[in-house]
Design a protein around this ligand. Structure first.
Ligand code: PGA
Length: 250
């Protein structure tokens, strides 16, 4: 059965004291039970501190990016092995900011996903269309092409390590959210696309998160949709109370 997941993407925010403070506040706000997995993605330099702070809590500390290369002359990059050596087992790959600002290609993202999966990591693979693509009716095609190019070399067994995050670019950091109906329509389309390639079992077991201006005020109605299995949260994850309120929406 697929899992509900609420993951906070802290992006390039929070230095060490802020990271420690935010984790501590999230821990303080944790309710006795949560009906979802809870993850936070601080910046690379603070992963180890965050990982240590998360021990004996239900919080999983995850990374925002990883290199597809094993090691060597890749200045500024961080390897899978490095992440794993500080306790990290899940990584976000293909966030729209990586695709659009850092021009990571489908090919590169496929290599990253493959390398992470082969090394036993879980991958949150992001996909999503630009506003123009939605306006011209190409949003389904755009998103399924991203999945096909990024993940269709993987086996059904490897897909057990995949979580998808549908994040329409026009809704990220803009305050504009896809309606619950728009999210459901896309998630259903994605699940069907995965089912056509890998069969129903794989498709039913993959968690598909929605991301793009999710807040405590809209999380409940978005998460209520049958094919929405959680959220990838940017801005609202930087405030412990709103982040936990979003997680409580399950
Ligand atoms: P946002 O970001 O919640 O601030 O829109 C989501 C994301 O980029 O993952």
């Amino acid at each position: 059965m697929r899992k509900n997941i609420v993951a906070g993407n802290w992006k390039m925010n929070c230095d060490l004291p802020m990271t420690q403070d935010l984790i501590a506040k999230i821990i303080t706000e944790l309710p006795d039970t949560l009906n979802c997995e809870l993850m936070v993605a601080p910046s690379h330099p603070f992963l180890y501190a965050a990982f240590n702070a998360s021990l004996e809590t239900p919080i999983e500390v995850i990374a925002q990016n990883v290199s597809q290369h094993e090691n060597g002359a890749f200045t500024g990059e961080v390897s899978i092995d490095m992440l794993q050596s500080v306790g990290i087992q899940t990584v976000i790959i293909g966030h729209s900011e990586r695709r659009n600002t850092f021009l990571e290609s489908d090919q590169e993202l496929a290599e990253k996903a493959k390398a992470a999966i082969e090394n036993g990591m879980r991958v949150i693979f992001c996909i999503g269309e630009h506003l123009e693509q939605r306006k011209t009716g190409n949003h389904f095609e755009t998103v399924t092409a991203q999945i096909e190019k990024g993940l269709f070399d993987l086996t059904a067994k490897e897909w057990k390590q995949i979580v998808l995050a549908y994040e329409p670019v026009w809704a990220i950091g803009t305050g504009e959210t896809a309606s619950p109906e728009q999210a459901q329509e896309m998630h259903e389309h994605i699940r069907k696309f995965v089912a056509d390639k890998y069969g129903d079992k794989t498709a039913q077991n993959v968690s598909i998160l929605y991301g793009g201006s999710v807040k405590s005020s809209n999380a409940t109605e978005i998460f209520a949709k049958p094919d929405v299995d959680g959220g990838l949260i940017g801005g609202a994850s930087l405030d412990a109370t709103s982040f936990i309120d979003i997680a409580k929406a399950f």
